[in-house]
Write a protein that binds this ligand. Structure first.
Ligand code: HEM
Length: 128
């Protein structure tokens, strides 16, 4: 990491709110147009997707957002999302972060955090 970046939160390193909003726009464009998982989002109101974005935003960067929605398992288990689909989702996130020029170290940190939620999002156990 460059010395100028040391001690900063991930949120700051990525470029703060404007950078994260651009990043999330790209990410959701990818996810909603994906042949494998895009169908999940076809009938989801944009307001709900925005809630989802903000949730990501907070958990991924320790940014200034507090989640007050329903538990993630309660929202996602009825959708029966598989591990493979969850992985597809994170692949889009990696690609988006790469395109935004976010370094390997920060990318790994972000993906590790997202993976902590796999059990809450998917309906398969860890060997599924
Ligand atoms: C760590 C990963 C994820 C997080 C943090 C997350 C977070 C959220 C949040 C906060 C909401 C809104 C909850 C509400 O409306 O009360 C939501 C809704 C939704 N999520 Fe996710 N999500 C994740 C992964 C996924 C994946 C992998 C898919 C599908 C492939 C997915 C599909 C959906 C759909 C379809 C909705 C709308 C559900 C509805 O309106 O009933 N999510 N998500």
């Amino acid at each position: 990491m460059e010395s100028s970046q040391r001690g900063k939160s991930l949120y700051e390193r990525i470029g703060g709110e404007p950078a994260i909003e651009r990043l999330l726009d790209h990410f959701y464009h990818r996810v909603t147009h994906d042949g494998e998982i895009g169908h999940y989002f076809t009938h989801v109101p944009i307001g709900k997707l925005k809630v989802m974005q903000r949730e990501f935003f907070s958990m991924v960067t320790d940014g200034p957002v507090t989640y007050s929605g329903r538990p993630l398992a309660e929202v996602h288990h009825p959708l029966a999302i598989s591990r493979r689909e969850f992985q597809r989702f994170t692949e889009h996130l990696v690609a988006t972060l790469e395109e935004a020029g976010i370094g390997e170290q920060d990318r790994s940190e972000i993906i590790a955090k997202i993976n902590l939620y796999a059990d809450e999002i998917t309906n398969e156990d860890s060997f599924g």
